[in-house]
Design a protein around this ligand. Structure first.
Ligand code: BGC
Length: 721
């Protein structure tokens, strides 16, 4: 299934639908709001890297001027879904081509009937180009007026980020708007041109901040009127002269069909590398493709200075900030299907090393401590306080920016995964190695010698399970740090052999003395972990002494256990927000036998808030369930993740796509049901375990430049092409 459709308009689902009908091209995304507007819509276009200061949340992606704005006036009445009668309606997002189409047959309050078809796409072939077609088929004789605008009056839920610079009409008739973010000073230019049926009159309305082209048409019953609105877009992040660049991209456009063909071709190339097909389960088939699509439209193809936010570019949630969600949940899709995108995202971490070093230094440590929430500069932008969910008038302290140290090892882990999958030694030598070494340096510097235990550990941290803060020796944090330290030592040894000059340079620049390296070795060897004889790992010191909880006692519920217990209260129970120990075992799969995973799986699964905890949890839970052979249970978790946005199961899809969940859906299919295991030495195997009703699963992945297409069957067979 390639088409995501809706066949009726339901205003109560407006924000949810705006999110899932988002289009984009890796440079920007535009939410699925209507061209003509709708009361209380959340109209938004976000461009990668266009951040501006904001109170409390430090910085946020600024909602850019609205390029969609198009009013259709039918014999003096403004077309709107809020008035008149909707006689027919459908909307289709074609995931194969990234084209969104809406067709509405509408009767005006005065009884005029017309069919309006709006088609839009953000060109993947030319990321500075946006295209919108408006086709109107009147069922009356009279007049139709089109008002096509660039609307600079946008805000971020009330907060204004833009200062108007200039607007006007260029010699060729194109209309432009120049505007600049208030604090960060990023200039943006939009240039619009209309191509299509000749109008009776075309007038330029020079409304301040909303330059508009007004066209009047003679309407004849049954004769379509077609107008294509092309918009060029550029910012001062791209060039010294955004207006010129935006105009340049617009000038080369000749007609709709040509641009659409280029769009189709560009998308076909992308799907060729990453498509997944599930036969026997239409919902899953669409969901996995939808998940991939959402990540592809947020994937920076030509920019190394940006990361993908936890809500992609599709909503206001998390303000465009990036988390470990990128490295651990989204990156595998890119690493194994579009490595050049993965490299861009890792380059962002390389380029933000100075900020990570500064964060470590400010806290009294060495090396690189990445921001828990990261934006343009890589400085920590996690808000310190947010409204408390029990009483929105009160504030709750957010500790992740202060205590979640695992982010550094998560980044290092992704760097190594990229390197192993691609064999991109040149990049590793040039950039990746430095990340692994400097995060190892942080892990060693942050480690504390716990004399009473006779081991090194980390006190006062937060692990992946954020229902518990200020914990000591979170197993995930400790053991990923141990992995990071060893990876650092191995990296240096590898560099000595393969790039001795670089090894010498890094030794000197990062002060990697023999004593320091010896210390890394010791910390790694003596890392604290509470592990029972049967392999059960304690999530953190004292976890097993907390009050046990039977989550079934709280069913049915519509709230997370965090909301039920309260922020402080949740610390007293063994209920967890998302897999923590299981996440560790998933990442360090080679270190654990099946039986060691099983014992942890059995313990932690019933204590995890699968329904209302973190959306990051279910896909990982699904993968581990598959590995344990519990395919039915795996499917339950998988489908919960698959529905996160499509069915808005958590009720917050309106804030934007759950990007980590989307990446997790791909991983659950490929690593879970497909059973793909890639070993650190680059060898791989597949052991499919398909849900009962799946007739076939086909996925593709690229390793060391070679693409493999794997078809899996219900009997566990796999054919590799
Ligand atoms: C999760 C984090 C995640 C963040 C952004 C939180 O609710 O607990 O693990 O990084 O959301 O998606």
């Amino acid at each position: 299934m390639w088409i995501l459709s809706e066949t009726s308009f339901d205003p109560t689902k407006q924000h949810h639908k705006e999110t899932i009908f988002t289009i984009g091209n890796g440079y920007l995304s535009t939410r699925g709001t209507f061209e003509e507007g709708y009361p209380n819509d959340r109209r938004a276009t976000f461009i990668h890297g266009v951040f501006d200061d904001a109170p409390v949340v430090v910085t946020e992606l600024a909602n850019t001027p609205d390029w969609l704005a198009t009013q259709v006036v039918i014999d003096g009445e403004k077309f709107s879904l809020a008035t008149g009668t909707i006689l027919a309606y459908r909307r289709d997002l074609d995931l194969q081509t990234g084209v969104l189409r809406r067709e509405v047959r509408w009767q005006s309050p005065n009884g005029r009937v017309a069919t309006l078809i709006f088609t839009r796409f953000a060109s993947l072939a030319d990321e500075h180009l946006l295209a919108l077609r408006c086709e109107i088929i009147p069922e009356f004789d009279g007049q139709i007026e089109l008002r096509s605008a660039l609307n600079g009056q946008t805000d971020n839920e009330g907060l204004l980020h833009w200062r108007h610079i200039a607007q006007g009409q260029l010699a060729d008739g194109a209309v432009f708007l120049r505007t600049r973010t208030r604090k960060s000073g990023i200039e943006l230019a939009l240039v619009m041109r209309l191509v299509g049926d000749a109008a009776l009159t075309t007038t330029f309305w020079d409304v301040e901040n909303v330059p508009t082209l007004r066209q009047v048409y003679q309407a004849r019953s049954g004769t379509p009127i077609v107008v294509n609105k092309f918009v060029g877009v550029a910012t001062s992040r791209d060039t010294g002269n955004p207006l010129e660049l935006a105009h340049h991209h617009l000038q080369r456009v000749t007609d709709w069909d040509q641009e659409l063909t280029a769009q189709r071709r560009a998308w076909a190339c992308e799907w060729e590398r990453c498509n997944v097909v599930i036969e026997g389960d239409e919902e899953a088939d669409l969901a996995v493709r939808f998940s991939i699509f959402q990540l592809l439209i947020a994937a920076p193809r030509h920019d190394q200075r940006v990361n993908i936010g936890a809500k992609t570019l599709s909503g206001f949630g998390y303000r465009g900030h990036a988390f470990w969600d990128t490295e651990i949940f989204m990156l595998p899709l890119f690493i194994y299907t579009m490595p050049e995108v993965a490299r861009n995202l890792l380059d962002y971490r390389y380029l933000t090393l100075p900020a990570a070093r500064a964060k470590a230094r400010a806290a009294g440590y060495e090396g690189a401590w990445y921001a828990w929430e990261s934006a343009d500069t890589g400085e920590e932008v996690t808000p310190t306080w947010v409204p408390d969910f029990h009483d929105k008038k009160k504030l709750a302290r957010v500790w992740t920016g202060d205590l979640a140290i695992h982010i550094s090892s998560d980044v290092a882990y992704a760097v190594q995964q990229y390197w192993q999958a691609t064999g991109d030694d040149a990049w590793y030598i040039e950039r990746g190695a430095e990340i692994v070494l400097d995060t190892a340096k942080f892990c060693a510097s942050r480690a504390e010698w716990l004399a009473d235990r006779g081991c090194y550990g980390y006190t006062d941290v937060i692990g992946p399970d954020e229902y518990h803060d200020h914990v000591n020796n979170n197993a995930y944090t400790n053991l990923l740090a141990q992995w990071n330290l060893r990876a650092g030592l191995e990296t240096l040894a590898w560099l000595e052999q393969h790039a001795p000059q670089k090894a010498a340079e890094l030794r000197q620049r990062l002060d990697l003395t023999a004593e320091r390296l010896q210390h890394w070795q010791t910390v790694a060897e003596k890392m604290c972990v509470n592990i029972a004889a049967n392999g059960l790992i304690e999530q953190f010191d004292g976890f097993f002494k907390l009050k046990d909880v039977n989550l079934a006692d709280y069913e049915p519920r519509t709230k997370s256990m965090h909301e039920i217990f309260g922020i402080e209260g949740a610390n007293e129970y063994q209920a967890i927000k998302q897999p923590d120990v299981l996440m560790l075992q998933f990442l360090l799969r080679e270190h654990y036998s099946d039986s060691q995973i099983r014992v942890n799986y059995d313990y932690y699964t019933p204590r995890t808030d699968h329904t209302y905890g973190s959306s990051l949890g279910p896909p990982i839970q699904a993968i581990v369930a598959c590995q344990m052979g519990d395919v039915d249970e795996a499917y339950e978790h998988f489908i919960r993740a698959a529905r996160a946005d499509l069915r808005d199961v958590r009720g917050n899809a309106g804030d934007g796509i759950h990007a980590a969940s989307a990446g997790g859906v791909w991983q659950a299919v490929v690593f879970g049901f497909g059973g793909l295991r890639i070993h650190p030495d680059g060898t791989w195997e597949v052991h499919p375990r398909l849900p009962k009703h799946w007739q076939q699963l086909t996925f593709r992945f690229t390793l060391r430049g070679v693409m493999h297409i794997v078809t899996c069957y219900p009997d566990g067979r796999a054919i590799v092409a």
